[in-house]
Design a protein around this ligand. Structure first.
Ligand code: HEM
Length: 477
């Protein structure tokens, strides 16, 4: 009966699927690339059948505006995926929970207590100290002429900033807490995009059990639980913080005790969201920015000249210098256009019926917005595959969710609340890397230079760690 009901509607066009699996086999290892190719054939609003799950893929700015703005209310829930249930503490978080009162309240807390501009500006000292710690560690590695593993360094930087702000503790770089954090992060990420057959073909769930996937997920979940318990326990042991020192976790714990309108799962869910959403995404942006700059020496020189002339002989870039670094800011935007860390955003689920281009999208359909394809759409972007930061200079197009041709942070109700938190850290770190050092491909790396192949993850990073040769800018020699 259901099938005939769906047939009556004018669904968007799409490729024919196979029996049982539908179009699942067409997603490939890098869905943003596979889907971009398919939408070139079938159009910017495309229907796919993912096993039993009906899905719509959106790949143009106009269609993105239709779903993320005009029909945002009907398209801003999330699908209840098996793995998401575990990594979100039973959908008690912000990233993966369905649209509703609890999500709204938690997102508000996250904004007010951690991510609003005033709070983010207040973390300036943490950012400056941690960026300085990173540049000092590069200084100390220059002598032996070994290439610097930038991927590792920017990961540590991201970890340290978030842990100091949220957990109120310093991470010992390479220490056991950091290693554990990174391991759990990697496992959780693998599950966040991992494929459970039961999500698509419910009666075949036994396959997930047979292949050991279900057991592995439960193991990761137990590790995450233990990690949260430990962190929250250490937090509670610090005693009551002074009012002006109360962080988001103190606040949530206090409210969970006093008003009991929050659960412990809410506290853990939000804590895990912050740790996971903030780390790899910011590291990916820095890593890709450096890779593109080294591949494009003209752009690199321009960015370095700007930062060196603005900062002069001060020895380091401070946050107060950043507003003058117009070109550097464009480098960050251009990096996010070509390499959005979450290329298909975070999949959504519709709750109401939507009509776009005469096609109908029904309730409970999976909605995938291909931000990667939209950022490279030749209708909007000249020479779309080239790294040309100039396109953002004197150009009001921004990533704040109003310009639908450029949505690396999404848009609408589900927009990323961490935009300024991320961008301020990325700009400061990049400015300091460009100010103090010159960067080169290590000798013997071959004709191809940097390997730009993409890894696989909810946040896409370079597949191979970025290793570059750093030399001191002459002024500091
Ligand atoms: C360059 C860095 C970052 C990028 C590219 C990024 C990107 C995104 C994207 C694409 C989404 C999904 C939006 C949608 O569904 O339409 C998202 C959601 C989210 N991000 Fe970020 N993010 C970054 C950094 C951060 C940081 C630093 C934090 C927090 C400290 C954060 C917290 C979140 C949260 C909580 C959500 C879920 C929002 C919701 O579902 O309502 N992100 N992010």
């Amino acid at each position: 009966k259901k099938k005939s009901q769906i047939k009556k509607h004018r669904l968007p066009p799409g490729p024919r699927g196979l029996p049982l699996i539908g179009n699942l086999h067409q997603l490939g290892k890098h869905p943003h690339r596979a889907l971009a190719k398919l939408s070139k054939l079938h159009g910017p609003v495309m229907y796919l059948q993912l096993g039993r799950v009906p899905a719509v893929v959106v790949s143009s700015a106009e269609a993105a505006e239709a779903v993320l703005k005009t029909h945002d209310r009907d398209s801003c829930s999330r699908p209840a995926l098996i793995a998401w249930k575990q990594i979100s503490c039973n959908f008690s978080d912000v990233v993966f929970s369905p649209y509703g009162a609890s999500w709204r309240e938690l997102k508000k807390i996250l904004m007010v207590k951690l991510l609003c501009t005033r709070k983010v500006e207040g973390f300036r000292r943490v950012r400056e100290e941690e960026v300085e710690r990173m540049t000092s560690s590069i200084f100390s590695r220059i002598a032996p002429l070994e290439p610097v593993n930038l991927s590792e360094l920017v990961q540590s930087l991201s970890n340290s900033i978030i842990c100091r702000i949220v957990l109120c503790r310093k991470l010992e770089v390479g220490g056991s807490l950091e290693n554990r954090f990174n391991r759990i992060l990697q496992e959780a990420e693998a599950f966040a995009i991992g494929f459970f057959i039961a999500d698509y073909i419910p009666w075949a769930g036994w396959v997930d059990k047979l292949t050991g996937k279900q057991a592995a997920l439960e193991k990761t979940h137990a590790e995450m639980e233990a990690f949260c318990q430990e962190i929250l326990g250490a937090h509670a042991d610090r005693g009551k913080p002074r009012d002006d020192e109360e962080g988001i976790i103190d606040f949530m714990l206090r409210r969970q005790k006093d008003k009991s309108d929050l659960t412990m799962d809410n506290v853990k869910g939000v804590l895990l969201n912050i740790l996971f959403a903030a780390t790899d995404t910011s590291a990916a942006t820095l890593e890709y920015a450096m890779a593109e700059l080294v591949r494009n020496p003209r752009t690199m020189s321009k960015a370095q000249e700007e930062v060196r002339s603005v900062v002069g002989e001060k020895g380091k870039v401070e946050e107060t210098d950043i507003p003058q670094l117009i070109y550097l800011k464009s480098v960050v935007k251009e990096t996010l256009r070509l390499h959005p860390p979450a290329p298909i955003l975070v999949p959504r689920e519709t709750t109401g019926q939507i009509t776009i281009n005469d096609c109908e999208i029904l309730p409970k359909m999976r909605l995938i917005v291909n931000a990667w394809a939209i950022g490279r759409d030749p209708h909007f972007w000249e020479r779309p595959d080239e790294f040309l930061p100039e396109r953002f200079v004197d150009n009001p197009v921004d990533f704040k969710g109003q310009d639908f041709q450029f949505i690396p942070f999404g848009a609408g109700r589900r927009i990323c609340p961490g935009t300024s938190f991320a961008v301020m850290a990325v700009e400061l770190a990049l400015a300091n890397l460009l100010y103090a050092f010159n960067w080169d491909v290590p000798a013997g790396m071959g004709e191809e230079g940097i390997d730009m192949a993409e890894g696989v993850g909810l946040a896409v990073r370079l597949k191979t760690a970025l290793r570059l040769k750093a030399s001191l800018y002459t002024q500091f020699k």
